[in-house]
Design a protein around this ligand. Structure first.
Ligand SMILES: [Zn+2]
Length: 144
């Protein structure tokens, strides 16, 4: 069913289908760095919940790529983090691009911190993969 966000090949493995990216492309896009963050005990989840509910943030990478529909070659640089806002945990990205300033995208909002955390871990590599694919197809078109 699903296609890899970076190379466009069909995905077979259930984990890859859920992610929307194959294992090799996940790694090429910087994925894997924060995966182990999910394997912690309940005490650590509670600590994270309290940190976020008291206005803290958890950062999950600051140099991700995010595609810019207005400029397919040069996208945004994105920082992914978790925060707590209006009764839910949010996985969000803060993008920056010279000349365009900052903008924000919310990847997930959930009352369950684990759901939001998982989405935050995926957001960086997936956006980087999409930015790469956009760039490559644009360059291929320019050559044709
Ligand atoms: Zn791929």
């Amino acid at each position: 069913m699903g296609k890899c966000a970076r190379c466009g090949r069909a995905l077979k493995d259930p984990v890859s289908i859920e992610r929307g990216i194959g294992p090799v492309c996940y790694e090429k896009s910087g994925g894997g760095v924060f995966d182990a963050d999910l394997n912690v005990d309940e005490k650590e989840w509670q600590r994270r919940e309290e940190l976020l509910k008291h206005g803290g943030e958890i950062y999950l990478g600051v140099n991700w790529d995010y595609p810019d529909p207005g400029n397919l070659i040069r996208g945004y640089t994105m920082r992914v983090s978790l925060r707590y806002r209006d009764g839910a945990f949010e996985a969000y990205g803060r993008m920056y691009k010279a000349g365009q300033g900052y903008k924000e995208v919310i990847f997930e909002r959930s009352a369950d911190i684990k759901t939001a955390y998982k989405a935050a871990i995926l957001a960086g590599p997936l956006s980087t993969a999409q930015a790469h694919r956009t760039r490559m197809s644009c360059l291929a078109q320019a050559r044709a």
